[in-house]
Every structure is written in structure tokens, then in C-alpha cells.
Ligand binder design. Structure first.
Ligand code: SF4
Ligand code: SF4
Length: 485
């Protein structure tokens, strides 16, 4: 976020006459005050929608959710690019296949996002809620549709109280049809990440899909429709657990949208042609509350319901522009900056601790991805008997090797043994073809001359690799057993 003007900048303008905005506009502004609401949980809020840099930023960040709708339709190597195939216990992500054995990476991904949430909260409060959370994003889309159909926040409130007539019914029906269409699209898109998207669509349309598919799509459709259409900001206010725990992650150096009360108070209504009065910069226009999607009055200080969307900053900045005052009466600032005129400390122990943890997660993940092989190998040494002495004195051990092919192709496999000079290996079956994403078991007989046998239990290593590509080998250590020497 860009640096905002400080209270000191405001002081420099205090002695000058206050430019008063257009008389009618001012009257309109104060008239609107009758319509803005502070959230009490009793009725649906109708927030005003205003332009501004944070509003634009919110549109931009919200667009990351398009990935939900686009993701299942992307193709990679003739396969759905992102497919979390839970029945087959395979996760396909842009040509890479992850199996349950790779679950540790998933754990690190989850850990990474959890700590990222913690560090972003420590630095900038509920910034995730304000700009990325699906609840606030979907609510924003739903209220945008509502505004297009039913008009401004004032008209919407009037419409709500108006008696039912043909116009009201028409507007409400169209709105709910559009809301439901988005909810169905959301529900379907969510389900499509877990199965073949095209196949699911055709099966759902001709009513041959599994009942569970209808159940999942139906549940998500209903959830989206109810949460984004009806419960809206009440979810952020009363249900969201993150709102309850954010307090422990924040401190007096967290930068959140804040009202500069030293500069704004005592607030007072702006009068036509008023000049250099003893009032603060807040003209009590109520625009900051009117635009707040959760109905918070930021002038009362930081509150649990504030999702730090910064829309009140946009609203107040526009008022400041109109009355020729510096922007930033509401701005991103820390408690230390507003209340104590101290510099905000961005680098502090808790931020450093979170950042270090994130770095560790990223390093482990990068290591996991770089060293990740397309093959995985497990070796089980047959212990009944541990070894067989051949008539010519050679020693033979038996193993079962289990090869997991993580690619999408059938791979011809070669097996190599290290650590036992002169050993011969016999495979059963003799030709190995590892099918994709399943375990291919192979019996292996290792036979070594007595002369190669140095210890009773000798360390050996098996290697498997796609034919002609030893650089893609996966290996597994085992032992070769023989009689006491
Ligand atoms: S803080 Fe700004 S937007 Fe809010 S009432 Fe005061 S002047 Fe108006
Ligand atoms: S108070 Fe401001 S930052 Fe907080 S939710 Fe309302 S508009 Fe967004």
C-alpha cells in the first residue's frame, strides 16, 4: 500500500478556508446518512458501492477465484490439468502425479498457507478477508448483481420496504435466478476438480451421474446461494472463526485501515462557506460507514467485524478531495502511528518467526519437487529362508520389489543392483512394464558367488529406471544374507 499523508500534513491546511463542495451534493451526502447502517445483525446491509484504488485492487484480487471455474477445463498431456482423483488416490497437477506417498508435500503446502495467513494478519490484519476470502468475494459479486437490478443502496432499502408489486417481483425473480445460476456454476466447478469435468457435465445433464455427485454439487450450490446471497456480512461478523483468533496474531504495529481521530475529531457537519473552523477534518458525512460491507463505523476504532477491505479509505479520500483536505483521514496505519505518533515497526520478532517458518516450508517443498522421481521403489527381502545355498556354492536371496509409476504412461523398466560384485539378477516376470499410478510387484532372485560374499549381512542397493534412462532411477537399500563366515 502506498504511503498516506500524515496528520501533520493535515495541520498545514488547518488555517486555510475550507473549500465546500457543491451545495446540492453536500445536502445529498447528509441525506444519505439516514440510510447508512451500522451492523446489528438484525437486517440485511445494503452497502454503497464507490470506485477507488482499493475497490479496483479488490476487483483484481477477487479475480484469482476465476481459477476455480477455469481450472477443471484446462488440459495437459490429454488429461485434465488439475484433477484430485480421490477414489483412485491420485492427484494430477499439470503433468505431475502425486500419490498418497507424497502426502508429506501436501502437509507442507497446508502449513505454508496457514503460516502465510498468520504473517499477513500480523502485518496487515484481515487482509485475506478483505481481498481474497471466497465469502467476501462471492458476496461482492452477488451485491453487484443486486445493485445492477435494484439500484443504489438507498433504492434497495426502499425496495425492501415497498409492498410487493409486479416490478418488485420481476426484479427479485431475475436476481434470484442469476444468484442461483452462479451458485450452480460454483457447485459444479468445485465438484469438477475431483472428477473428469467433461464427463461429469454430460452425466449430470443426462441424469446418469452418481447420486453423490448431485449431492456435492447441490450442497455447494445451496451453500453459495445462502452464504453469499442471504447471510453475507453476517458470516464475517458472527460465524468466521478467523475473526475470533485474529486478535492474537495482531499487535500495535499491525497496519490496518484506521481512522486518524487526532486529525478527524471533533467531527462536525460541514456548513456552506464555512471557513477555518475549530472542527477536525471529519465532516461526519457517513460515507465510510455507507460503503462498509460489514456495517462497521471505523471511527469507533478497530472492531472484530472489520475485514480490512479498505473501501472506507476510498470513500473518505474522495470526500477529502472534495473539501480540499489531504487524503488519509482513514488510512492504512498502525495503532502506534495513530495513537502514539511512533513509527510502525514492520520487522519484529513475530513477523521474523513466521517468515522463517514460511522459508522452511518453501525450502522443503522445493526440495521435494526437485528430488521427486517419476518412479518409487520399495523392496521386501524374503526371510523364509533368508538365503539358499546353490549346489555350486553360490548364494541366492529372494526379494519382492514394488515399483510405483507416477507418470501417465506405461513404462518399460530396467533393474540394476549395486554393492555386490558378480551378482546376477533374475526377474519374474522377465519383462517389466509398470502401469501408471499403480504398484507393479516383481520377484527378484539375486545370485552371487561365494567369493563376492564378504559379510553375513551385506548392504546392497536396488535401482529401477525407465528403459534407457538411468538418470531417472529410483533406488532402495536392502541386504544380501548368507551363512556365517
Ligand atoms: S471519516 Fe471521512 S468518510 Fe467518514 S464520516 Fe468522516 S469525513 Fe466522512
Ligand atoms: S471498516 Fe473499512 S476496512 Fe473495515 S470492513 Fe468496513 S470498509 Fe472495510
Amino acid at each position: 500500500m502506498s504511503a498516506e499523508p500524515t496528520a501533520k500534513q493535515s495541520d498545514s491546511t488547518e488555517a486555510q478556508p475550507v473549500k465546500v463542495m457543491d451545495k446540492d451534493e453536500l445536502a445529498r451526502l447528509y441525506e444519505e446518512n439516514d440510510f447508512w447502517e451500522v451492523n446489528t445483525g438484525g437486517s440485511t446491509l445494503h452497502a454503497k458501492r464507490m470506485g477507488g484504488r482499493f475497490r479496483n485492487f479488490k476487483y483484481l484480487t477477487s479475480s484469482v477465484w476465476l481459477v476455480l471455474f477455469i481450472g477443471p477445463w484446462l488440459q495437459w498431456d490429454d488429461r485434465q490439468a488439475m484433477l484430485f482423483d480421490i477414489p483412485a488416490r491420485q492427484f494430477h497437477i499439470f503433468g505431475m502425479t502425486f500419490l498418497p506417498q507424497d502426502i508429506w508435500m501436501f502437509t507442507f503446502v497446508m502449513g505454508f498457507f496457514a503460516v502465510l495467513l498468520a504473517v499477513s494478519t500480523a502485518v496487515a490484519g484481515r487482509v485475506f478477508c478483505g481481498f481474497f476470502c471466497f465469502q467476501t468475494v462471492w458476496t461482492d459479486v452477488y451485491t453487484w448483481i443486486e445493485e445492477k437490478l435494484e439500484g443504489s443502496h438507498i433504492q434497495r432499502r426502499k425496495l425492501e420496504k415497498a409492498p410487493w408489486n409486479a416490478t418488485k417481483i420481476r426484479k427479485k425473480v431475475i436476481k434470484h435466478v442469476l444468484w442461483l445460476a452462479i451458485a450452480v456454476l460454483t457447485g459444479y466447478s468445485f465438484a469438477a476438480w475431483f472428477t473428469d469435468a467433461r464427463d461429469l457435465l454430460s452425466r449430470m445433464l443426462d441424469f446418469t451421474a452418481h447420486p453423490i455427485s448431485y449431492g456435492i454439487v447441490g450442497a455447494f450450490t445451496l451453500g453459495t446461494y445462502v452464504l453469499a446471497g442471504f447471510m453475507r456480512e453476517q458470516v464475517c461478523f458472527w460465524l468466521c472463526p478467523y475473526a475470533r483468533i485474529q486478535g492474537v496474531m495482531m499487535d500495535d504495529n499491525s497496519i490496518v485501515p484506521s481512522y486518524d481521530y487526532k486529525r478527524g475529531e471533533p467531527r462536525g457537519k460541514l456548513k456552506k462557506n464555512s471557513a477555518g473552523n475549530d472542527k477536525g477534518d471529519c465532516i461526519d458525512c457517513g460515507q465510510c460507514v455507507a460503503v462498509c460491507p460489514t456495517g462497521v463505523d471505523i471511527r469507533k476504532g478497530q472492531q472484530e467485524g472489520c475485514i480490512t477491505c479498505a473501501l472506507c479509505i476510498d470513500a473518505c479520500d474522495q470526500i477529502m478531495d472534495k473539501i480540499d483536505k489531504p487524503r488519509g483521514l482513514i488510512r492504512y496505519a498502525s495503532e502506534n502511528e495513530i495513537a502514539r505518533d511512533q513509527k510502525t515497526k514492520l520487522i519484529r520478532p513475530r513477523v521474523l518467526m513466521y517468515a522463517t517458518t514460511i522459508l522452511l516450508f518453501v525450502t522443503y517443498l522445493a526440495y521435494g519437487l526437485v528430488t521427486r522421481s517419476n518412479l518409487e521403489l520399495n523392496v521386501v527381502h524374503d526371510r523364509t529362508p533368508m538365503f539358499v545355498m546353490q549346489s555350486n556354492g553360490d548364494i541366492q536371496n529372494k526379494y519382492v520389489i514394488k515399483i510405483i509409476n507416477k507418470t501417465t504412461d506405461i513404462l518399460p523398466i530396467e533393474v540394476k543392483l549395486k554393492g555386490l560384485e558378480g551378482a546376477e539378477i533374475t526377474l519374474d516376470p522377465a519383462v517389466i512394464e509398470a502401469k501408471p499410478s499403480v504398484v507393479t510387484p516383481v520377484r527378484v532372485f539375486v545370485r552371487a558367488p561365494r567369493s563376492a560374499f564378504k559379510e553375513q549381512l551385506q548392504d546392497i542397493t536396488f535401482e529401477v529406471y525407465p528403459k534407457g534412462k538411468p538418470e531417472q532411477a529410483a533406488s532402495h537399500d536392502s541386504i544380501f544374507a548368507g551363512p556365517r563366515r
